[in-house]
Design a protein around this ligand. Structure first.
Ligand code: ADP
Ligand code: MG
Length: 496
């Protein structure tokens, strides 16, 4: 974990160089705090629910009253194991809690319980696409720790309030190697990690409420130089701010160096109003925290059969699922990636296929018409008015020839607006059935042939394309209800 190792690996293991910015290579490493979705705190029984009245969810342990002792929350450990399994990490059979000592009003014990030398999750990697390119970011570690409370500045004049509801909330801090080489790659990493922690249900992923907070360590160097000095942008709470903050930081660092100044290691904050980053404090080194093993907590021992039980209960992960869609359903990699954007979307697709929808068609509808409407309505698939069963029924009616394309869109529209709920009933009510009555079709054919003598002549003269125009005319005259394949055959027969 030391910087020498990072420098060595980053330079010697042939990590690809990213796009240069004004001749500089950008280096980014992430520290992410994922709040674990346990009902109670990491070392006490107080609730972790968000939004309660200040200090109503802080018990004696969270308040650090004398004589209280922390007790490990098994659910928090289980969630750490899940992350380790999802990212191919080593899960330490024995890890150690340590006290990280610092003074701050929202930290009543005067130290934070964290893990230092031996974290519970070690190594592993996150892989994802940036455009067409696959990237892999290596993890250093993920360790369990408790959150601090919060200082309240609004509503107070000349003084601050302290809310300890958040004190003791379980966090998993996920630390990467400095493997990222551009803002785009950093944001894509954060999105992928966010997808994974929510997919395996260890974190609710709510960035506004602070359940998923990213710190971005950023440095720049001339290609071939050793790693530059980093500045750490704290608490990025949306992907948009993340992108703005990192872009600004890169520009700022290059400007400083070009102006002949040196970058000082620092912790900086992003100001959403100005779009700038500003140094908050000189960065502490770990030695400043006087870490030592916490005598109140025994080492955390994880038996291998516990890991096996957690593994057996793990959901299928997005990448495995996407590979399965390509292999079993013949979807393109792109479509499979679209469908595995979230567990909910993939679940919807699975449900439609299980209900009998042809996978390729179901995928087209979900990533096409459905995605467009969800975007426009700014809702997720969970809230879609068209349910998976209904989509499956729609797809079946397309496949069995009942619904031509534009009629299918009308049915979808009716399902979406709630005008109808049963596909067959909508087809009946809207009279969308294709024209099976060959007598009626025959009449249309004769009319079209009579009215389009020029096309008929061209076709008979060997111009195959002229037939398309005639088919189009028949389709139009039938109100889209004729079957184009059948029309083509009948026309050919008549004109032969
Ligand atoms: P600390 O112990 O001070 O927190 P670490 O070595 O644990 O420092 O690194 C913290 C984070 O900073 C990691 O995500 C790491 O990848 C990243 N990092 C380290 N060196 C650099 C650098 N020169 N440029 C960008 N990021 C870096
Ligand atoms: Mg660190």
């Amino acid at each position: 974990m030391s910087e020498t190792v990072n420098t060595f690996e980053a330079q010697q293991q042939g990590r690809p160089t990213g796009p240069l910015v004004r001749g500089y290579e950008v280096i980014i490493g992430f520290e992410t705090h994922a709040q674990l979705s346990t009902a109670s705190k990491i070392f006490s029984r107080a609730s972790t629910a968000f939004g309660a009245e200040p200090n109503t969810q802080a018990c004696a342990v969270d308040l650090a009253l004398p004589g209280t002792l922390p007790v490990m929350n098994k659910g928090a450990v289980e969630r750490a194991i899940k992350l380790g399994l999802a990212l191919g990490s080593h899960i330490a059979p024995r890890s150690v809690f340590a006290r990280k000592n610092y003074f701050y009003p929202d930290l009543p014990k005067g130290y934070q319980i964290s893990q230092f030398e031996i974290p519970v999750v070690q190594g592993g990697a996150v892989s994802f696409f940036v455009g067409e390119e696959q990237k892999t970011v290596r993890l250093v570690r993920a360790h369990l720790e408790e959150d601090a409370g919060k200082s309240l500045h609004e509503d107070f004049v000349g003084q601050s309030g302290i809310d300890l509801n958040r004190a003791g909330t379980p966090l998993l801090e996920i630390v990467t190697e400095p493997d990222m080489r551009s803002t785009a790659e950093a944001v894509a990493y954060a999105k992928e990690l966010h997808k994974i922690v929510t997919w395996i249900s260890i974190c609710d992923g709510n960035m506004q409420e602070g359940s998923f907070r990213c710190d971005a360590n950023v440095s720049v160097r001339r290609p071939g130089e050793k790693l530059g000095t980093r500045r750490e942008i704290k608490n990025l709470n949306s992907f948009k701010h993340m992108q703005q903050a990192i872009d600004y930081e890169i520009r700022w660092q290059i400007d400083e160096i070009e102006d002949g100044r040196k970058i000082e290691q620092a912790t900086v904050l992003f100001n959403e109003g100005t779009g700038e980053t500003r140094a908050m404090r000189a960065k502490e080194d770990s030695a400043d925290y006087r870490y030592f093993p916490d005598p109140d907590l025994p080492p955390l021992v994880i038996a291998s059969d516990w890991i096996e039980r957690v593994k057996a209960a793990m959901p299928e992960l997005p990448r495995a699922m996407a590979e399965r869609y390509v292999r079993d359903h013949g979807l393109s990699e792109y479509d499979a990636a679209q469908l595995t954007q979230s567990a909910a979307l993939a679940g919807y697709f699975d449900e439609a296929v299980n209900a009998g929808a042809t996978p390729k068609l179901a995928s087209n509808w979900i990533t096409g018409e459905m995605a467009r409407r969800l975007n426009a309505a700014e809702i997720g698939i969970e809230a879609a008015p068209v349910k998976a069963q209904q989509l499956a029924q729609l797809v079946k009616r397309i496949v069995d020839g009942t619904l031509p394309n534009n009629a299918a869109r009308q049915v979808f529209e009716a399902l979406w607006t709630g005008e109808g709920s049963d596909v067959d009933a909508i087809i009946e009510a809207k009279d969308l059935k294709p024209m099976n009555d060959t007598g009626a079709l025959d009449k249309i054919l004769d009319e079209v042939i009579a009215k389009n003598a020029k096309n008929v002549e061209e076709y008979r003269g060997g111009k195959e394309k002229a037939l398309n125009a005639l088919v189009g005319q028949v389709m139009k005259a039938s109100g889209g209800k004729a079957n184009p394949a059948q029309v083509t055959e009948l026309l050919k027969a008549k004109l032969a």
